[in-house]
Design a protein around this ligand. Structure first.
Ligand SMILES: [Cu+2]
Length: 350
């Protein structure tokens, strides 16, 4: 990976790339000193990269936000959005939760001027964060409104015919088809759901994934709860790595809109790695340490750290209280991923 990937950053995606201003996160004085004096000069590798070659901000897409309204979702909202479904009570007294999930083909702007033909659950990347409690009965009606065959495969414990893989139970759901997945929520923790149709890496990397939180029988301590899904985009469609990286769908989003948290309040991050084409990803937080609960299936922390590494499909819970005010970066500690979008800020306020 490396040079060849970056060299074709704009590859297969439809591109209407204008001049990209220098990055927004440096202090203005520094930005002025470092900015490329001729952002549109010809002869740069990709024509119009505003910060080509120089400055602390580099030739990336940090300069501006995407059109969230046109995309139909905003990563700031995904952060604290939990979908508890429609609830009712079963004859045995347990809670039944029902959701309707649609596979929708949707082109989204993943970086300023870079459009990606995504396949989504309910229109966003990642899909909605479904939330329930251990022991609930879950009923998920999946409607395939995409032009491609898909499934919903849930992590967790359930019967084989509810596993959402080709050839078992109902198997593949063709375009226009639908199926109701039904099973009990176990074990508690943070899990994933994603399409499981081949070529699997592409069906996932196009955007068909989301997280699935099962609360323990007794609530965890009250906290400001956040979902952070580490993802990426292979805009070349060559299955050779990714050209953009993000958390909750849009590269650099939380540079432009920092994650606001309160000093001293318990913050709980449901963190998942759904990256394809790269074996691992990581989460590193500046100026603070957090407790880490792998997969969230135990109530005792296993580690006190500022960096966790997750392989594809791994997830866990990070808990911390920020003692000091101010802005703190978070990013993949794989620097290449950070430079290509996987970075942002927490902003600690009173
Ligand atoms: Cu699929």
């Amino acid at each position: 990976m490396g040079a060849s990937r970056r060299g074709f950053l704009l590859g297969g995606a439809g591109v209407a790339l204008g001049a990209i201003p220098g990055a927004a996160y440096a202090d203005p004085a520094q930005q002025n000193r470092q900015a490329d004096p001729a952002p549109n000069h010809p002869g740069t590798a990709h024509g119009n990269h505003g910060a080509h070659g120089g400055g602390v901000n580099g030739p990336t897409f940090r300069g501006g936000p995407v059109d969230h309204a046109a995309n139909g979702f905003n990563p700031t909202e995904i952060l604290r959005s939990f979908d508890y479904g429609k609830t009712s009570e079963l004859p045995d007294g347990r809670t039944l939760r029902e959701w309707e999930i649609y596979a929708i083909d949707r082109e989204i702007e993943v970086a300023p001027g870079v459009r990606f033909p995504a396949w989504t659950f309910n229109g966003s990347v990642p899909g909605p964060t479904l939330r329930c409690r251990a022991g609930d009965r879950l009923r998920i009606k999946f409607v395939n409104g995409s032009e491609h065959p898909h499934t919903m495969h849930f992590h967790g414990i359930h019967p084989a015919e509810m596993d959402g893989v080709p050839g078992i139970g109902r198997g593949v759901i063709e375009p226009g088809g639908e199926f109701v997945y039904e099973f009990d929520a176990e074990p508690f923790g943070i899990h994933l759901y994603h399409c499981h149709v081949g070529p699997l890496a592409e069906h996932i990397a196009r955007g068909l994934y989301g997280t699935f939180v099962i609360d323990p029988p007794q609530d965890r301590p009250k906290a400001d709860e956040l979902v952070m899904v580490m993802n990426g985009y292979n805009t070349n469609f060559d299955a050779q790595g990714n050209q953009l990286y993000a958390v909750n769908g849009i590269p650099f989003h939380y540079l432009h809109e920092p994650v606001r948290v309160r000093r001293g309040e318990l913050v709980r991050i449901y963190l998942a790695n759904i990256l394809e084409y790269d074996p691992i990803n990581s989460f590193h937080l500046h100026g603070n340490f957090f407790d880490y609960f792998p997969t969230g299936t135990r109530l005792e922390s296993s580690e006190y750290t500022d960096t966790v590494v997750q392989a594809q499909g791994q997830r866990g819970i990070c808990e911390l209280r920020f003692p000091h005010l101010g802005k703190y970066m978070f990013h993949a500690h794989k620097s290449e991923f950070a430079d290509l979008g996987w970075m942002g800020f927490f902003e600690v306020i009173e």
